[in-house]
Write a protein that binds this ligand. Structure first.
Ligand code: BES
Ligand code: MN
Ligand code: ZN
Length: 522
């Protein structure tokens, strides 16, 4: 999909579909008034008639409106003026995205009225969100091994390929915001596809290949892939314990994106007072860790059969980390970021880890594995220990970690746990900005008592009560060296039922976070 920004008048703009957002009550936004006048008041009469439903996101498609150059006009409700906020604006944009993905119009123009934005929001924010939502709305998963030719041909006919935003005024900030939205949507498409692929295709080595492709195609990205032998040498006993039952061999993927270091080198700065031993600027990267369990059968603590297919999504944290690095590399963001992906299947087998086995993690702490289905924290704890070597500015892990988090927060918010108050505020705000929200849960010491073991430093599960919290409490034992946040995305990473598919969450939130970090003084 191609995006442009223009300042043309809406009523004269030749396009397949002109999109106008209006309030259910109150006056027409200024940008819509001229179009209403050109159509001799037809738009305002239609709105007054109640034909367009009041609820934010309701749509009405009109054809060949007199006085308007566009073939179609899509009216979208922003809801009632008094309720206007980020969610209603977003609902309108999501409806626009759906309509544009299904239309026969080849191109479209969305009128973006700067005076009809939610409180505190500017046109750059609106363009970044709108571009991302509209581009993401056009995402289609192309399943391998299927050939539904007719259905594909029918779908090919639909969807606007070119979208223009019509604004009163534009500048560099607006152009940049649109590029950001596009890059984020592209990263989301990659993350969604990795999530949607079956576990027979999307194996640990497939994830490693995806990371290698990024390193080949994007600037400042490098990758190092560790295999089983390397993990053994390092002493990643917890990750290896999960991988034992699997035929697919595990991978530990280290992606690095050196945007800040390169940016500085280009400006001719040779380290300066911040310089490291090799003259390069000493960097404190943001480290992102993604849970990469390509299929979670539960292992010997086997899961029940119902909906087990959804456990192919247990690598969505990994997909999100790979996707967000794709997005920031497309933007050449001046920031250093490291992505760590411990990747393995969790399978039963003759050599699989048994409940009761004790293993030694990379950190040196021993773990009594009492439930092999609590595998995510085992692979993450070795990645958390590995992260120390980067002297990170902060570490954020992203994981489909617990069913308990879905029970607590449903599919609306991801769970947030952190040992740093500033990071809590920063991540929460970025979640609001991106419409990809978090809700914080506690990490109090009392929860640690549930992890006591008679045979090791800790057990790997604290039982049913507070399951999302005890999982985070387990992880916290490996994070004393840095500022850390854990995002439990078990409820938000994919949709179930008819709309089954990966959401790429929390990629929009992480992208917003990295954009904000790149913009602040380092
Ligand atoms: N991948 C699952 C968590 C999960 C479950 C995500 C359902 C989404 C939907 C994780 O590895 C797991 O199995 N967690 C267990 C932990 C328990 C054994 C302590 C769980 O949540 O049941
Ligand atoms: Mn599990
Ligand atoms: Zn899992």
């Amino acid at each position: 999909m191609e995006f442009t920004i223009k300042t043309d008048s809406p009523e004269k703009f030749r396009t397949g579909c002109l999109v106008l957002a209006v309030f259910a009550d109150g006056p027409l936004p200024p940008a819509v008034r001229a179009a209403d006048a050109a159509s001799a008041g037809k738009l305002s009469r239609l709105i007054a008639s109640g034909e367009l439903e009041a609820k934010a996101g309701s749509t009405l498609l009109l054809h060949e409106l007199p006085g308007i150059a566009a073939d179609r006009v899509l009216l979208v409700s922003l809801g009632k003026t008094k309720d206007f906020s980020d969610p209603s604006w977003r609902a309108a944009l999501t409806a626009i995205a759906q309509a544009l993905a299904a239309t026969l119009a080849k191109d479209a123009a969305i009128v973006l009225d700067e005076t009809a934005l939610p409180p505190q929001r500017d046109s750059a924010w609106a363009l970044r969100q709108a571009t991302r939502i509209v581009a993401d709305g056009a995402y289609r998963f192309k399943a391998p091994h299927t050939d539904k030719k007719e259905a594909r041909a029918e779908k090919k006919k639909r969807g606007a390929g070119k979208v223009a935003f019509l604004l009163a005024a534009t500048g560099e900030a607006q152009e940049e915001a649109t590029r950001q939205g596009e890059a984020i949507a592209a990263g989301m498409a990659l993350a969604k596809t990795l999530g949607n692929l079956g576990a027979n295709v999307c194996t640990p080595s497939y994830l490693a290949e995806a990371a290698r492709t990024l390193a080949k195609d994007r600037p400042y990205v490098a990758v190092d892939v560790l295999g089983r032998d390397d993990m053994e040498k390092l002493g990643m006993g917890a990750l290896l314990a999960v991988a034992r039952g699997a035929r697919q061999s595990p991978r530990f993927i280290v992606l690095s994106y050196d945007g800040a270091s390169h940016g500085k080198a280009h400006k001719g700065k040779e380290g300066g007072k911040d310089g490291g031993k090799d003259g390069k600027p000493k960097s404190h990267p943001v480290v992102l860790i993604g849970k990469g369990v390509t299929f979670d059968s539960g292992g010997i603590s086997l899961k029940p059969g119902a909906d087990m297919d959804e456990m192919k999504y247990d690598m969505c944290g990994a997909a999100c980390v790979i996707g967000v690095i794709d997005a920031i590399a497309r933007l050449k963001l001046p920031l250093d970021v490291v992505g760590l992906v411990p990747a393995t299947e969790n399978m039963p087998g003759g050599d699989a880890t048994r409940p009761g086995d004790v293993v030694r993690s990379l950190s040196g702490q021993s773990i009594e594995i009492i439930n092999t289905d609590a595998e995510g924290r085992l692979i993450l704890c070795d990645a958390l220990a590995y992260a120390e070597r980067f002297k990170p500015a902060c570490v954020i892990d992203v994981a489909t970690l617990t069913g308990a988090c879905v029970v607590a927060l449903g599919k609306v918010a991801s769970g947030l746990f952190t040992n740093d108050e500033d990071l809590a505020g920063e991540l929460t705000r970025c979640g609001e900005e991106a419409g990809d929200r978090l809700w914080r849960l506690p990490l109090w010491d009392e929860y640690q008592d549930l992890l006591k073991s008679n045979f090791a430093d800790m057990v790997n599960t604290g039982g049913r009560n507070g399951g999302a919290i005890t999982a985070a409490a387990f992880l916290s034992r490996f994070t004393h060296a840095y500022k850390w946040a854990h995002l439990d995305i078990a409820g938000t990473a994919w949709h179930s039922g008819e709309a089954k598919g990966s959401t790429a969450r929390p990629l929009p939130l992480l992208a917003e976070f990295l954009l904000a970090r790149a913009a602040r003084p380092q």
